[in-house]
Design a protein around this ligand. Structure first.
Ligand code: JEB
Length: 393
């Protein structure tokens, strides 16, 4: 991957020669080139700034050196690099953006100073250029932001981090903060390492760490909790990169596909393919997204599960609980069910759902989750059961 950085303080970027990024450069994994913006000035004083039109404090970076610098660095090949301009008013930088940028073959970072860069430079490069903010505080220029962004994205470039397992672990945190870590000595200044971590009980360690993550997230980042996975999912092994989100219309096609795959077995078990989840069309799925609260579970972007719910008087009606056939039997369905239950509004006193009378595996799971059969019925010749569960408070 090639990274060019243009700045009036190229020395500010010297840390990019150190540690893992320095090593990756020496190994040829990263081609980082820094440039002095003043090389593209033409006057005796190598001027890059001027007073703002319309008045106001400070100075603004003139557009000409930026245009010439970006054009010369970018060349005129078939594939032009994406341009990233750090600024306090940009789109917030995130791990997702780091992953997106890490997948680019070539990036140009343009570090502004003073009050920023003449707006026409942003207009000139249109879609090729993104303004990105490191966070909600004010820096003096873009250099520190570039150091942070390059560090975050470089470690996602294959080969830059030797230890691949540490990356896998990060993608498995389920939207919660990290658990606290300890090493030797077992007692330091009278402070003991928690006994459970030295117990050798892997299950107890996993449960303790999950609990710690939840407490920390609630205390420090309550904004993350709503999207976090239920406790039962974060301790699951073997399914990585999980993200649970509210479904949007763009999810409808994948939900339809997954429904068909999941309810085919139900159709077989009941000798009927007239089951709604099997026969409905895309428009119905889309329309239902407006009538139900629907959640989708993804693993590295792949839709692997879904569930929906809506309120009917005091009842929280849960339905369309599905998990991709190759990932069933890992408690993901149970986790989605718990998530739907926890999302019920205050007034709800009972959870309810309907399933096929011959769906033995599903019925066993619902029973274990606390559901009991309250009614037997039949839908177009298919025997069904209605189950309910009182809400615990
Ligand atoms: C980035 C920059 C400045 C208004 C006030 C001050 C170029 N998260 C961030 N905070 N500040 C910056 C940033 C990022 N990314 C940032 C580039 C420049 C601040 N300034 C100073 C600009 N506008 C100039």
């Amino acid at each position: 991957m090639r990274i060019d950085v243009i700045s009036i303080f190229p020395d500010y970027l010297s840390p990019l020669g150190l540690s893992l990024i320095g090593k990756a450069r020496r190994q040829g994994l990263l081609d980082v080139r820094t440039h002095d913006l003043r090389a593209w000035t033409r006057d005796r004083h190598r001027t890059v700034d001027d007073t703002p039109y319309g008045g106001g404090a400070g100075m603004v970076m003139r557009p000409e050196p930026w245009g010439e610098a970006i054009d010369e660095v970018s060349g005129h090949g078939e594939h032009l690099p994406r341009i990233v301009v750090p600024g306090p008013g940009g789109v917030p930088f995130s791990q997702a953006m780091a992953a997106e940028l890490a997948a680019e073959p070539w990036l140009v970072f343009a570090c502004g100073r003073y009050e920023g860069i003449d707006e026409r430079v942003y207009d000139e490069y249109g879609e090729r250029l993104s303004t990105v903010s490191l966070g909600d505080y004010v820096l003096n220029g873009g250099e520190v932001a570039v150091l942070a962004m390059v560090e975050a994205l470089a470690r996602l470039v294959p080969g830059v981090i030797g230890n691949v397992a540490s990356l896998a672990e990060e993608s498995h945190t389920g939207g919660l903060l990290e658990y606290p870590v300890y090493t030797k000595p077992p007692v330091w200044r009278g402070r003991k390492v928690p006994d459970v971590l030295r117990s050798g009980d892997h299950g107890a360690v996993a449960a303790w760490r999950d609990q710690q993550r939840r407490e920390r997230t609630a205390a420090r980042r309550p904004d993350l909790l709503a999207a976090a996975l239920p406790a039962s999912v974060t301790t699951l092994a073997g399914v990585e990169g999980l993200a649970l989100t509210t479904a949007v219309p763009a999810d409808a096609g994948e939900i339809l596909t997954l429904s068909r795959a999941c309810w085919l077995e139900e159709g077989r078990a009941h000798d009927s393919f007239a089951i709604p989840a099997l026969v409905e069309d895309l428009d119905t799925v889309r329309e239902d997204l407006t009538r139900w609260h629907t959640w989708v579970l993804r693993s590295h972007g792949r839709l692997i599960g879904s569930v929906r719910a809506r309120q009917e008087d005091g009842l929280w009606d849960i339905g369309r609980l599905m998990v991709a056939p190759d990932l069933q039997g890992r408690r993901l369905g149970r986790a989605l069910l718990e998530h739907a239950e926890q999302s019920a509004p205050e007034q709800v006193s009972t959870y309810g759902l309907v399933t096929g009378a011959r769906s033995v595996d599903n019925l066993r799971m619902y029973r274990r989750a606390g559901y009991r059969v309250v009614e037997r019925s039949d839908f177009r010749g298919v025997p069904t059961v209605r189950l309910t569960k009182p809400r615990r408070r």
